[in-house]
Each structure stands twice: as structure tokens, then as C-alpha cells.
Design a protein around this ligand. Structure first.
Ligand SMILES: Nc1ncnc2c1ncn2[C@@H]1O[C@H](COP(=O)(O)OP(=O)(O)OP(=O)(O)O)[C@@H](O)[C@H]1O
Ligand SMILES: [Mg+2]
Length: 243
């Protein structure tokens, strides 16, 4: 946890630093314009330049504050423990369908199809919110990392019961796959191949924490470049009881 806090502080430092220097640049430019205004000496050029500066600076402040806020949101999720939402008995197929449906605008937009193969009426006693979050991360990762723009993929969720007390969920895509040297690190906090373009590298770390924590199971990945990616989550039908 200590290392994670250090990592988060480091990650948040970048967008906050950028936002700060943009805001200070904007303050300087505003002070300059105010001086010109007070001296009744504003030219059209000065005003045009100021508008450009103000537009650029405010866009950068906004995007970097959003980035910092997103990092803080992910970090709060990393900390979720056994309090990860309400515990109840839920129908697995329904929860999977609802989760996929909530992502369908994005999936449709990019031309992906999702097949769900889940036996009806598997009742799980556990945390539907945590499970839904795990599946959401898998789907969004496939969409973001698995395919080039304009390439529609085939995503699949399949569920079976390897024994009477255990449920196994496999999420797979037929996208680019993951290089060997990355595959061993994808569950590490802050590992991302998309640094600088929106990735924080916390998604699969959160998945790992949820699956091994509240859900009481395990998660593995099988992937190779050009062969797609498959995540297997194995959890008990009855989640462990909180201590
Ligand atoms: N389905 C996939 N296909 C290809 N690469 C993947 C897939 N899922 C994960 N990855 C790789 O694993 C890395 C880690 O994923 P993770 O979800 O932890 O972080 P992220 O998606 O980069 O950022 P975040 O989820 O925090 O926004 C990704 O950067 C990507 O390289
Ligand atoms: Mg992710």
C-alpha cells in the first residue's frame, strides 16, 4: 500500500503540475491584458493573442484536472476491499448481460460484437458490483488495447461450473494479444502500454484485488501477439465471509 500511495502521488503530480503552470501562464497573460486595458492601449492583435492563450490554457487545465480526478477515482477503487458494494444473491447471467448492455454504445460505435455463453440461473452469493467492475475492465481493455481503430472484434464471455461450488468465467477477444514481456506485468499497479494517452495502469490491478479479495478467487491471463487475449476468473459460488 505504501508503494501504491507513492506511485499515485507520482502519477498525479504530472497532470497537477501541468494544470498549475497553465493556470499561472493564464494569470500572467490576463495581468498583461489588464495593464494594456488600463492604459487604453489594447490592439486587436493583443486581444486575439490573449483569446488564443486563454483558450489553450483553459483546455489544458480542464483536461489535466480531469486526468487527475480519474486517477484519484481509480485509486479509490484500488482501496476497495471487502466493502466493495452490497453482498447479495444474484443471477450471474443477468448481471453479465446487464454489464455488457451498459457498455454497448461504445461497443457498437467501434463495431465489436459480444457473445455471451452463460448457463441460465446460476445463483451466486457474493458481490455483483465487483464482478461487473471486473468484466467492465476486461471489455474496455479489449476495446482500447486489442484493436486498431476501425477494426471490429469478436469478444466472448463464457461461463461454466468446473465443480459444484465453483464458477469459471472466461473473457476473450480476438485482438492483437499481449507481448510476453508485458503479459507478466499487466496486473501490476501502474503497468500500462498507454501512458500519456489516458492509461493509468490501475484497471487490471483493481481486477486482481477484487477477484482475490472480496470474490475469493483467482485470475489468470492467456495471450500472445496475434492470438488474442483470454482472462479466466475462477471464484467460489459463495464468496468468502468478511472477517
Ligand atoms: N485485451 C487486451 N488486449 C491487449 N492488451 C491488453 C488487453 N488487456 C490489457 N492489455 C494490456 O495490459 C495493460 C494493463 O491494463 P490495465 O487495464 O491495468 O491498464 P490500462 O488499461 O492501460 O489503464 P487503465 O485501465 O488504468 O485506464 C494495458 O496497458 C495493455 O497493454
Ligand atoms: Mg484498463
Amino acid at each position: 500500500m505504501g508503494a501504491l500511495v507513492g506511485g499515485v502521488a507520482h502519477e498525479i503530480n504530472t497532470p497537477v503540475g501541468i494544470a498549475l503552470s497553465c493556470a499561472s501562464h493564464l494569470a500572467d497573460a490576463t495581468a498583461r491584458l489588464r495593464t494594456l486595458f488600463a492604459a487604453d492601449d489594447i490592439g486587436v492583435d493583443d486581444f486575439q493573442r490573449y483569446l488564443d492563450t486563454a483558450g489553450e490554457a483553459s483546455a489544458l487545465v480542464l483536461s489535466n484536472c480531469e486526468r487527475a480526478a480519474a486517477l484519484i477515482r481509480s485509486f479509490k477503487q484500488v482501496a476497495v476491499d471487502r466493502t466493495s458494494g452490497e453482498r447479495r444473491t444474484f443471477d450471474l447471467a443477468t448481471t453479465i448481460r446487464e454489464t455488457v448492455a451498459s457498455l454497448s454504445p461504445r461497443l457498437r460505435q467501434d463495431g465489436h460484437t459480444v457473445t455471451i455463453a452463460c448457463p441460465e440461473t446460476i445463483a451466486v452469493d457474493g458481490y455483483p458490483g465487483a464482478l461487473s467492475q471486473v468484466l467492465t475492465n476486461f471489455v474496455m481493455n479489449a476495446v482500447i488495447h486489442g484493436y486498431d481503430p476501425g477494426v471490429g472484434g469478436h469478444l466472448r464471455v463464457s461461463v461454466d461450473l468446473p465443480d459444484a461450488a465453483t464458477v469459471r468465467l472466461v473473457f476473450s477477444d480476438d485482438g492483437k494479444g499481449i507481448a510476453e514481456e508485458h503479459r507478466t506485468r499487466i496486473f501490476d499497479p501502474f503497468f500500462t502500454t498507454r501512458r500519456g494517452s489516458g492509461g493509468s495502469g490501475l484497471g487490471l490491478h483493481i481486477v486482481y484485488n477484487l477477484v482475490t479479495g472480496p470474490l475469493g478467487g483467482s485470475v489468470t491471463v492467456d495471450s500472445a501477439p496475434g492470438r488474442g487475449t483470454a482472462f479466466t476468473v475462477t471464484v467460489p459460488l459463495v464468496a468468502p465471509v468478511k472477517e
